[in-house]
Design a protein around this ligand. Structure first.
Ligand SMILES: NC(=O)C1=CN([C@@H]2O[C@H](COP(=O)(O)OP(=O)(O)OC[C@H]3O[C@@H](n4cnc5c(N)ncnc54)[C@H](O)[C@@H]3O)[C@@H](O)[C@H]2O)C=CC1
Ligand SMILES: CC(=O)C(C)=O
Length: 252
């Protein structure tokens, strides 16, 4: 990863930061994009490297997306790897009670954000004649889940966008893959536990673990290692794939 430039959205979050650490430890320069400026500054301090550039941006806003791509290229002249990862879980509300604006927000961040990121990064990577993109899907890309309609729809869409982008970008030697994690120990999972059982989040945590063959949550570092593999030349003939990082959930 020496001299590689890695652009990460949702870079201040649990999985984004773990991925940043993996790439930094292996010699890359990293650009972290996130909506939360304070969390970005905290991430930089936490990661403790000079090879980090921060950009505050909203992945749902196309002008922001163009700006984060342009600023990265102005600073580093290229984008070798794009980890298109920002996301939210959204409300726990069945379809019949879900407000359109709640549905739209989850779709805007998790799906439109991924689409816009790929749109502008692929344009840059086409100029370079190479590149590797890893989107963050989820176990939610395969299954239904009562009470999480927007999240489930948004991640199914990420799977479809990943395969489609892989086909469109193949002739430019750009690879596009996705990770499909489940139950990774980050703020998002804490929020899910709090929503499922506000008075006893540890109980919903145990219930989630009971559905995982490995019987535990995954760590952000375990996702980061798969992202690193997919982004690297070790995966040079891998494109259009979804890689499960789920302790065996999809096998069940
Ligand atoms: N934690 C889990 O169990 C799983 C997480 N995922 C996915 O992993 C990705 C990362 O999530 P985590 O690190 O777990 O959560 P997190 O909540 O720690 O990180 C998400 C980050 O995305 C940022 N973000 C939210 N909206 C944004 C916007 N409009 N523009 C820019 N940045 C925005 C947040 O500020 C936050 O820093 C998400 O796409 C999530 O859906 C997928 C499967 C399982
Ligand atoms: C948030 C998510 O995608 C899970 C728990 O699989």
């Amino acid at each position: 990863m020496q001299n590689k430039v890695v652009l990460i959205t949702g870079g201040a979050g649990g999985i984004g930061q773990a991925a940043a650490k993996e790439f930094l430890d292996n010699g890359a320069s990293v650009v972290l994009v996130d909506l939360n400026e304070d969390a970005l500054n905290a991430a930089k301090e936490n990661l403790g490297s000079d090879n980090i550039h921060l950009i505050t941006a909203d992945v749902t806003n196309e002008e922001d997306v163009e700006r984060y791509v342009q600023e990265t290229v102005e600073k580093y002249e290229k984008i070798d790897i794009f980890f298109n990862n920002a996301g939210i879980n959204g409300p726990f509300t069945p379809i019949k009670d879900l407000e359109k604006k709640q549905f739209d927000l989850v779709m805007a961040i998790n799906t439109t954000g991924v689409f816009l990121g790929m749109k502008h990064v692929i344009r840059q990577m086409e100029k370079q004649g190479y590149g590797s993109i890893v989107n963050t899907a989820s176990n939610a890309a395969y299954i239904g889940s009562a009470g999480m309609p927007a999240y489930i729809a948004s991640k199914h869409a990420v799977a479809g966008l990943t395969k489609t982008a892989a086909l469109e970008a193949a002739e430019s030697q750009i690879r596009v893959n996705a990770v499909a994690p489940a139950a990774i120990d980050t703020n998002m999972l804490k929020d899910i536990q709090n929503n499922l059982s506000p008075d006893a989040p540890e109980q919903s945590g145990e219930a989630i673990k009971a559905g995982i063959p490995f019987g535990r949550f995954g760590t952000p570092e375990e996702v980061a290692k798969v992202v690193y593999f997919l982004a690297s030349d070790n995966a040079s003939f891998v494109t259009g794939s979804l890689y499960n990082v789920d302790g065996g959930m999809q096998a069940d």
